[in-house]
Design a protein around this ligand. Structure first.
Ligand SMILES: O=C(O)CCC(=O)C(=O)O
Ligand SMILES: [Fe+2]
Length: 290
């Protein structure tokens, strides 16, 4: 069954019905949160960033082969930079890029919100500060941002996960703010979430153990079966708020339509940030709020 959705509040403040849905479901679908013009401006800005990006400048990073040190470092250092990650199917068996770069990327991350003025303004919208507050973040800090492409035909699946796995605090506080920049549904790799699944335990943590990045199991309980996953149908402009413990995923995109989205993940400044999180920022460059 499709998840419940609401018309976005003009000022970002949640109504009582929205607060109830957020508490019960662990996600909140707010249609029309951003205008078509705001969505298009962000897409145009990303097009310009890709125009300026030369894939051959990072060729070593995308060489195929099981363990690429360059690829690993490119990812690890991306916490306070703007870096470009390709779809696996954008390369042929010899590791040559066989798609135009504009339809070959999986995502760009993870500090667009700090480093690019257009993304900064989209992310630090006062309306979003009000929504973040009403979703329980008392001192919201913008931890990471990702532009997610789900390109036509080759857009990869995102396996079921909880976002607190990747951005851990004590107590847990990670909250995702995912914006559909294009219509997203079950025909083009749209999102799915488990209503009420945020009441379950955090299953794992992706963290440093010494110099290694590891996936540590915290709880063996499997994620809910397929039939418990509701499509989070999101027309362009929709904001989907995701509780850090709610299991969610997205399907591959085999359609001819792309499915661009932009996600900002926040944590609460009152919670203690886990120093062994994968996401690291250079010294003297702390996470900031609104
Ligand atoms: O856009 C997707 O496919 C996945 C997004 C996601 O998992 C997130 O924003 O937390
Ligand atoms: Fe996620």
């Amino acid at each position: 069954m499709k998840a419940r959705s609401f018309t976005a509040p003009g000022d970002g403040r949640l109504t009582e019905a929205m607060k109830v849905a957020w508490q019960e479901d662990g996600f909140l679908v707010l249609e029309g949160y951003k205008t078509p013009g705001e969505c298009d401006a962000l897409k145009e800005r990303m097009t310009a960033l890709i125009d300026a990006f030369d894939p051959s400048s990072v060729a070593s990073v995308f060489e195929t082969g099981a363990q690429s040190h360059a690829r690993d470092a490119y990812f690890r250092e991306s916490g306070d930079r703007i870096r470009f990650f390709f779809e696996a199917e954008a390369f042929d068996a010899d590791g040559r890029l066989i798609k135009d770069k504009h339809v070959a990327l999986n995502k760009v991350g993870h500090a667009l919100h700090d480093l690019d003025p257009v993304f900064d303004a989209f992310s630090r919208d006062p309306k979003l500060a009000a929504t973040a507050h009403d979703c329980g973040l008392v001192e919201p800090l913008l931890a990471q941002s990702m532009y997610i492409f789900k390109p036509p035909h080759i857009g990869g699946e995102v396996n079921c996960h909880q976002d607190s796995t990747f951005l851990h605090t004590t107590p847990l506080s990670c909250t995702g703010f995912w914006f559909a920049l294009e219509d997203a549904d079950d025909s083009n790799g749209g999102l799915y979430g488990v209503p009420g699944g945020h009441k379950g335990r955090l299953r794992s943590r992706f963290r440093y153990r010494g110099d290694d990045l590891v996936m540590e199991t915290l709880d063996e309980t499997p994620f809910e079966p397929e039939e418990r996953h509701a499509p989070l149908v999101a027309p362009r402009g929709t904001l989907v708020v995701l509780h850090g413990s709610v299991p969610h995923k997205s399907a591959p995109n085999r359609s001819a339509r792309s499915r661009h989205a932009y996600a900002v993940h926040m944590v609460d400044g009152r919670a203690v940030w886990s120093a062994d999180n994968w996401l690291r920022r250079s010294d003297g460059n702390p996470m900031r709020g609104f």
